[in-house]
Design a protein around this ligand. Structure first.
Ligand code: SAM
Ligand code: SF4
Length: 326
């Protein structure tokens, strides 16, 4: 079992398959000309499988594939099928633009829950936020997942003056749809133009929701990163991922592997541990995994606190979100 200095057991691994993406969400992908990592530097299928098996041998029980957009990788189907053979719960975070091409693979792999990113229910705003005209495709693929009895969690990053006027539209959507909408507080990463004035906090989101709906808080499960709620009479539910105003670091069980094989012990960690190079040199990477987790900071990578006024974006050290893997 991989345990850190604060007695947190780490049994959940997020693997980024690529830093490439077919959308251009400005809060995730740096605006300047961005060069995607060349394929030779990415973990290859066999390497992903072998490194995943090493983590599983040390107690990992859940693996999430992410990116970039995991489904733009040509060998994504093979990776999903290989990892589905491991004794873990396998899941995926995707922008949903290609899910229709993967429905058989998802069913064959036994994936029964998927996180889908969608920040707006308006076609024009989707184009504005992602710079790609894929709104209808995403909506039809959400329907496709529901028809296939796959639980859909919709991730929506809420930003002031951009899509915060849609908070109650998203909650209204849960009235008849068996979906779980998760509002995410806007987080700072390299090159993403973060500004504290654009953050809509958990408390603010709830205030907006309470103005229109009768809200019931739902029980929190261990390791949940979201505060969950349901509007009375609705089939679906919603939640807030309050990383900025009320983080869930206390029982964090997550580790991350970037597409180029670097381990990050926290989304906001300043350091990373190269596992791919030593793995390619046939070195034992297990001690490196344990050392990385021993170095994990108590909260938010040790970089900031919930006092948003004190965050100096220029002093934060991190990759951009697209190169970490959300
Ligand atoms: N391409 C996939 C997708 O969009 O779902 C997977 C990768 S994406 C980096 C994973 C999640 O990170 C998405 O839900 C996205 O909205 C979220 N994300 C990216 N940048 C963020 C930011 N600055 N603040 C909060 N969430 C962010
Ligand atoms: Fe691509 Fe997902 Fe980042 Fe948007 S949030 S740019 S879909 S990786």
């Amino acid at each position: 079992m991989i345990v850190d200095g604060f007695n947190r057991k780490h049994d959940y691994l997020r693997i980024s398959l690529t830093d490439n993406c077919n959308l251009r969400c400005f809060y995730c992908m740096p605006e300047e000309e961005y060069a995607f990592t060349p394929t030779s530097k990415l973990m290859q299928v066999d390497e992903i499988e072998s490194i995943a098996k090493i983590f599983v041998s040390q107690g990992v029980k859940k693996i999430r594939l992410t990116g970039g957009e995991p489904l733009v990788r040509k060998d994504a189907a093979e990776i999903i099928m290989r990892l589905s053979k491991l004794p873990i719960k396998l899941t995926l975070t995707t922008n949903a633009t290609r899910l229709h091409e993967f429905i058989d693979v998802i069913n064959d792999a036994g994936i029964n829950s998927i996180n889908i990113s969608l920040d707006t229910l308006q076609k024009d705003r989707f184009l504005l936020m992602t710079k790609r005209d894929q709104y209808e495709r995403v909506m039809s693929n959400i329907e496709l997942m529901i028809e296939n009895n796959i639980h859909v969690k919709v991730n929506a990053v809420v930003m002031k003056g951009l899509n915060d006027i849609e908070i109650n539209d998203f909650i209204e959507w849960t009235r008849l749809k068996p979906i779980h909408v998760r509002f995410i507080e806007f987080m700072p990463f390299d090159g993403n133009k973060w500004n504290r004035d654009r953050v809509v906090t958990w408390q603010e989101i709830l205030e907006v929701a309470k103005n229109k709906f009768d809200i019931i808080p739902l029980d929190r499960e261990q390791h949940d990163t979201a505060k969950k709620y349901q509007a009375t009479g609705h089939i679906g539910t919603f939640a807030v991922i309050s990383t900025m105003s009320a983080p869930f670091c206390g029982d964090c069980n997550r580790m991350r592997l970037t597409a180029d094989g670097k381990m990050k012990n926290c989304l906001f960690s300043t350091s990373e541990t190269d596992l791919l190079t030593p793995f390619r040199n046939s070195e034992d990477i297990i001690p490196m995994i344990y050392q990385s987790i021993r170095d994990k900071k108590e909260a938010l990578g040790g970089q900031f606190t919930t006092d948003l006024e004190k965050i100096e974006i220029s002093k934060l050290e991190n990759r951009s979100m697209i190169t970490i893997g959300g």
